[in-house]
Design a protein around this ligand. Sequence first.
Ligand SMILES: [Zn+2]
Length: 169
Amino acid sequence: MTVETTTEKQVRCPACGETGKRVSALTLRALLKEQYASEISDAEDSCCGGNGETGCNAVTDETGYRFCDSQACDVVYFAEEGGAIFKKEQLKVVVGVKETTGDRPLCYCFGHSVATIKEELRTKGRCDALQDIRERMNTPGCRCETENPSGSCCLGSVSKGIKIAQEEL
Ligand SMILES: [Zn+2]
């Protein structure tokens, strides 16, 4: 060791080894069950109120948490430091991209799931979910940060979901 040990950030899921996507603490607090959500520190909530006596913890861009989207992996969130992990059963919602059967929600803002996509394909022969989402996401629509376990836009997982639905039909 020629340099001082720096804290190595955990960017890969400790369970499956895939690189996790950065996710906001807000997302974890919104989607983890109550008893786990309280473990997530949130600068806004824990703020001293700005009186300057004790000093607030500054909000940093580094959220400190990552989302694992591997289907075969039970871990949904992990901390970049400290080793905390949160598994599927610790969330209030079903993480559609991690399931292989059932409804499998994909778009949490407008309610598209593998099940609804299949139904569309069955009844109309095509799926308009992507178009529907694109039309609605700007008006103002999306609440991905607090609705979707990934904390981000669902279009990618909906595209994958359409392929999955087509294969399963
Ligand atoms: Zn994983």
